[in-house]
Design a protein around this ligand. Sequence first.
Ligand code: F6R
Length: 245
Amino acid sequence: MKIIHANDYAGMCRKAANIISAQIILFPNSVIGLATGSTPVGVYRQLIEWYRKDDLDFSTVHTVNLDEYCGISPDHPQSYRYYMNQNFFKDVNIPAGNTNLPNGLAEDFDMECTRYDHLISELGGIDLQLLGIGHNGHIGFNEPNEAYGKMTHRIQLKQSTVDANARFFEDSSQVPRYALTMGIRAIMQAQKIVMVANGEDKAEILYRAVYGPVTPSVPASIIQLHPDVTIVADTAALRKFPTET
Ligand code: F6R
């Protein structure tokens, strides 16, 4: 596992974007696994900037996102499809048909999960998977104590997550109760994993994920068993790491 230290959030974003750029420049047909959330926003902004400078070409790249809410449409501002369009896809030359997220409006969610797993394998698997980390160690929507063996599946959001999300919706009845997520097994099949983390509030969980026991109670700890992981984090998030990292 490589730990890459950045001084601050901007540095973290540049370094992670550099790794993704290198992947795309060296392998223009790459399949890149993407994440949503606040951490990668600046990574996408950096990639857009380099695209505008003509340093990057996304025309033959494919993307597969980790997760999507069930029951809200792609143009809903809280959907992950909307987030990806707004924060990344609309500003680069990736063909819309090359971008993939689980379909949260599918009639049959089991079939949708199977379709998504097949799609990833038909694309040849994920070359590089970008991950964030939740405060409880979740990756994608895989919450603590989720079985490690799962591919894409539907999960029920914890009540605490539903409550936390309520502020983004007109009323709490509209908050999604379910989501589709790539499972731990699907994530671990990626050739490379790049995890980004910033801020003091991620220091404890990042330390447990990297130096603690590999346990489903900290889902991200599984990455210790992956052969090609790079963590890009800022000084605050690496606060608990031994100084030589
Ligand atoms: C979202 C995802 C989540 C986030 C995690 C951290 O696609 O995969 O696991 O990476 O919740 O979110 P932020 O970056 O907002 O702290």
